[in-house]
Design a protein around this ligand. Structure first.
Ligand code: WTA
Length: 651
């Protein structure tokens, strides 16, 4: 993986000439952004409309015990006004959202900016009538339907803070998040159709709400019209209320540092943490990265295939594109329904110009063969993007050749829930790409590679170590909801003075960056972050389980699979039925996305004499890397390892 072995792909001259940012401009802007960050960001902040202009650009401290991050702090703005109202004069009839339903035979919707305004205002008025005001929290647990975007923007309009819970999470996970942020209202739908199946979202919400305060209200959007149960006094019918709700609504002037949303994400320890993003800095960063990374131009049709339940959907389906007055595609379905041609059919149907997806989807579709692609006219595509995990060169090449026809630069965007937007990516008109490399830092981003144990900054190329960021950027998360100390401890304690990303990284001889994956106990399953500790605590909550250790292992489609070592309570029988039951148990506790791929019975786990589980060894066994198990002599009982190796599960 060095520049000597990696083939590079340069943008065509035509692409570079037409792009917002070519190589010279990148070099100049990047240098400016580091030399005078406040000057750079002051200029960039002009891309959003301010109700009250800010005077101070940044006020940031990364010192442990004193971490505080402020951008544009005395400015006021409203995100919904920026994403909708300001476009009405010129774009009222332009499509803001193309909604592509799960079933290809159902009709797609073209929602104009005028429609978006009306839908958002109605939703905002309904929320106000339910008692939601500035600073209150609203949980959104919805399918990928336009009302999910209305709900996000409605919260932004009235100053409420939304927290979206991906519709694939279980009632328990939903309840934990509703309680975690003390939400006043949960917005959900009757059912969530996906891949021809319908998840009973309202039923899940009903179950979740049993574990929440009885003052929490539930606003229900009709999607399928399928049967649900109704709790009078708690449940509200969105479709009925929206018939009479006013379609205009006052815009609340928000401070730049007021939270826009909370998004729960997995960490290496404990329960998921509520990542808090700001109003002003986040919007500036989402809009700038959307325009620059995807070379977005007026009139383009932009499609990010993520779900709004993840940060990618927040920044690149809703906030970035709409702030830029774009046409953004919102897709309710999955890549393989009704068959593996769906993505490409949708690209053709809506003449998509930028297409942004995850390596796991690319691998899955590549595995189905090229025939599914051949039937579609993909000539509208100009830029391709990936996000969520490192992309292997084989998948990169397929994406480049078969989908992009060798014409479309691929932006391999590295970023995190915490970062709000892209931190590293090649820019389509500026950089020669190397398959699998996130290449270059975005404007204002100062990456540093540190020696993991000594925290020494590794200067010069090549270098390999842990990845930190030396300075703040406007889209950076501000805190963990309700637990600032956890924020500081997670991101600023291990490598003082830096934001610690949790990722490992190589910088090659040319100075280009390659993300090597998480260095903590977070695994990346189909591009979704999963804390191994969460899966472990779900397993040990089962009455028959005494102990569990969970690690990742290489998985051909998902990138990483979930490998569980389980010790049962004394006297319990190790059976295949129990294995199936445990798998189901974890799905119920967390959600289908946390389904264990392999469960190995482990009557003994490798532990140090002080009782600490040696995860390093368990990781190696799961990876089938038995040759380098390392020193096992410090184990309390080294023979445990031989047993585990002998009985390793195979997929
Ligand atoms: C990983 C998703 C390699 C990384 C936006 C990061 C990537 C975690 C890439 C964040 C990429 C994301 N190349 N690895 N292009 N993009 N990652 O919070 O380990 O769901 O720390 O945010 O995904 O996942 P999250």
């Amino acid at each position: 993986m060095s520049s000597t072995t990696a083939k590079t792909y340069s943008p065509s001259k035509a692409m570079a000439d037409a792009a917002h940012v070519n190589a010279d401009r990148y070099d100049r802007m990047y240098a400016d952004s580091l030399a005078d960050p406040d000057g750079f960001w002051r200029e960039q902040a002009a891309r959003v409309d301010w109700i009250t202009p800010f005077t101070e650009v940044s006020d940031v401290d990364f010192t442990l015990g004193n971490v505080s991050i402020n951008w544009f702090a005395d400015g006021q703005l409203n995100v919904a006004a920026n994403c909708i109202d300001r476009h009405l004069a010129t774009r009222a009839d332009q499509t803001a959202i193309i909604w592509e339903p799960d079933s290809p035979t159902d009709e797609a919707l073209h929602i104009t900016y005028r429609d978006l305004h009306a839908g958002t205002c109605k939703m905002a008025n309904i929320l106000k009538d339910l008692g939601v005001g500035r600073g209150d929290r609203v949980v959104i647990y919805m399918p990928m339907i336009p009302e999910a975007a209305f709900a996000m923007l409605a919260c932004a309009r009235i100053g409420a803070i939304h927290s979206i819970v991906f519709a694939g999470f279980s009632p328990d996970a939903l309840a934990a998040r509703v309680n975690g942020c003390e939400a006043k209202v949960v917005i959900t739908a009757d059912y969530a159709p996906r891949g021809g199946k319908a998840t009973p979202l309202k039923t899940n919400a009903d179950q979740a709400l049993l574990h929440c305060k009885d003052t929490v209200k539930c606003l229900v959007v009709k999607r399928t019209g399928g049967q649900t149960t109704w709790t009078e006094g708690r449940d509200y019918d969105y479709n009925a209320l929206s018939k009479t709700a006013a379609d205009t609504c006052h815009v609340e002037p928000m401070n730049a540092e007021d939270p826009l949303f909370i998004l729960y994400t997995s960490g290496s320890t404990g329960q998921p943490k509520g990542v808090v993003h700001s109003t002003g800095g986040y919007l500036v960063y989402a809009a700038l990265t959307h325009e620059t990374t995807f070379d977005y131009k007026d009139g383009d049709v932009f499609w990010c295939t993520a779900d709004v339940g993840w940060v990618t959907g927040h920044s690149y389906i809703v906030y970035g594109p709409l702030a830029n007055g774009a046409t953004t595609v919102m897709f309710e379905g999955v890549p393989t329904y009704p068959d593996a041609s769906r993505f490409w059919q949708v690209c053709e149907k809506h003449k998509v110009n930028q297409f942004y997806t995850a390596p796991t989807a690319i691998r899955a579709l590549m595995g189905q063969g090229d025939d599914f692609v051949k039937g579609a006219d993909l000539s509208s595509l100009r830029i391709l993007g990936t996000v969520g995990e490192p992309i292997n060169p084989e998948a990169w090449n397929w994406y480049n050749d078969v989908i992009g026809g060798g014409r479309c630069p691929i932006v391999d965007t590295w970023w995190q829930t915490e970062t709000g937007g892209h931190l590293m990516t090649p820019l389509p008109g500026a950089h020669a790409m190397k398959p699998g490399s996130a290449m270059k830092p975005f404007f204002g981003i100062k990456p540093v590679v540190l020696e993991p144990t000594t925290a020494e900054v590794l200067e010069g190329n090549p270098a390999e170590g842990v990845l930190c960021i030396a300075s703040s950027w406007p889209g950076q998360m501000r805190t963990v909801w309700g637990d600032h100390e956890r924020f500081e401890k997670t991101y600023f304690a291990d490598y003082p003075g830096y934001y610690f990303t949790g990722d490992g990284c190589k910088r090659d001889a040319d100075g280009d960056y390659w993300i090597t994956g998480r260095v903590d106990d977070v695994i990346n399953v189909s591009g979704h972050r999963m804390g191994t500790a969460e899966v472990e605590s779900a397993l040990v909550a089962h009455p028959k389980v005494a102990e569990a250790a969970v690690v990742g292992y290489p998985h051909a489609i998902k990138g990483q699979g979930i490998y569980c070592y389980v010790t049962l309570m004394g006297g319990e029988e190790y059976t295949d039925e129990l294995r199936a039951e445990l798998r189901k148990w974890v799905r119920t506790e967390i959600g289908p996305i946390a389904s264990p791929d392999l469960i190995q019975w482990a009557p003994g786990l490798p532990k140090t004499r002080s009782g600490k589980i040696m995860r390093r060894i368990l990781r190696k066994i799961a990876e089938n890397d038995h040759a380098t198990l390392g020193d096992t002599s410090t184990l309390a009982d080294p023979s445990v390892v031989d047993d585990l190796v002998k009985n390793r599960m195979n997929s």
